[in-house]
Design a protein around this ligand. Sequence first.
Ligand code: N01
Length: 553
Amino acid sequence: VTFRRNGAAASGRRISRASPRAAHNGPRMYACHKFRSMGLSVRVFERGSSVGGTWYWNRYPGARCDLPSLEYSYSFDEALQQDWEWSEVYPSQEELERYANHVADRFDLRRSISFDTRVTSATYDPDACRWAVETDSGARAVASHLILATGNLSTPQLPDIPGVEGFAGRTFHTGLWPSDGVDFSGRRVGVIGTGSSGVQVIPQVARSASHLTVFQRTANYSIPARNAPLEPEAQAAHKARYGEIRQEALVTPFGIAKYGSPSVSAFEVSDEERQRTYEACWEMGGQAMLFAYNDLLKCADANETAARFVRQRIREKLVEPAVADLLVPTDHPIGAKRLCLDTDYYETYNRDNVTLVCVKQTPIRRIDPDGLPAGCEPRLLTLAALSRHPIDDLVLATGFDAMTGAARSIDIRNSDGLSLADEWESGPRSYLGLMVAGFPNMYLITGPQSPSVKSQMILASEHHVDIIAGIVQTMRAEGHRSVEAVAEAQEEWVGHANEVADATLYTKASTWYNGANVPGKPRVFMPYVGGVKAYREACEDVEHDGWRGFRFQ
Ligand code: N01
């Protein structure tokens, strides 16, 4: 049975690995608008039944973006950014979905989108310089340019645990949540996964379930989000200098104006001053902690100063020291795995109806139809000496086949018959995260080796759409029929991206950034972490040098 989001999970049907794909709608909608305004004929294929992408699929209770609403939004249209009123500092899934629908209607985009349609294959014809696209609905298209706006966190990943597909109760993946919601009242619920999704959904489920058992493999660092209503004065002040703030964002490491470029090292200040800074960051909430000093993600000792501070704060929230021992992260630098932001996450473990099970040393070996068997984690079981963990509902907050999963699932073939999946068998390689050598007229949006997930995604998507538009304009103006990344330029860029990553602490953790969460996936660090400013400058240089590294014909 293919797991479908609408209703299937709520009625308790089985989950299968044949999951749909969803990308953030940011790039698709802006690309549609931009290319249509250039007079091109555009067809967008969308697996979902409506717009929203990430915010269409990830509608689990508590789902919320952890970047400020006023920044995590389109900048391409001044009237849009002035008109839309955000209600909270950090936008909820509901508000983001509403915003996406507003954008689709405002720019009349739906007429160019084929919903409920999954692209199954794309084949390049070198004589015509065209891509032939096929879909699961039978719809076909032929196009001069093919854009993979397939998303970075869009292919839900089931855990590699035998029995997961045979669980008899209801199973939900956070990235495929039923549109009509889920009622957990009176139910015994198990949650596997304590990344950003788990940290958000766990406090919500605990409020209604009769009992919640959380299976944690790696304890993660989580900071209070401190979401709040967005005061009208603050919103007006931001909008009064919106353009300037957008420009400020472009010269920060992560493309977020709120988190500028720190100029000092953690060791250039006294212990007392550092402590005061960390306390201020903790009170401010959000991702501020990681932006306090310029070496927190580069120097292990500097990182440890922040990690130690956060560990202490986590301990202070927990009543049971034994539970704190399990929840305090010790095995990776803070920020090397995506920093989580939460509302009442740690406090949830003080509730009587919540059990934490650590499955680090003794992994879950199988899932039975009615729960997790005894012995999956007998040694470190903390709050209850249960011999087994009977559960009615299983929530998989187990993440995604990130950055390459969706693109590799489409049978994309170049003129030699080589598939993109084969080309990327040893890990993805691209030129600037925009094109893959050997695949003419095919573009990636926020692809591997671009800042993508290590930046503000909407800004990153707009940047890539604008670059592709520039390439297409050049082709029109100069009469070219095809464009392709030059293999040597790609190798050089990939080498640079790897060098930059190796100089950071990001490589010191097993994460979806480096494919560690998907069995068999090559261990390649995928995002570009040289910073948004450096990346944009590199792209500008390429363009000024007549699109250096791209071959036009
Ligand atoms: O996924 P994840 P996510 N047995 O991969 C565990 C964005 N996002 O959906 O760490 C036991 O981070 C796994 O354990 P481990 C954000 O960029 C943003 O939570 O591999 N456990 C981990 O705990 C984020 O980083 C927002 O040891 C197993 C969890 O499942 C990205 O999406 C909100 C297991 C997966 O965590 C992905 O986040 C949500 C097994 N067999 C998401 N297999 C906001 O903006 C996996 N796990 C706030």
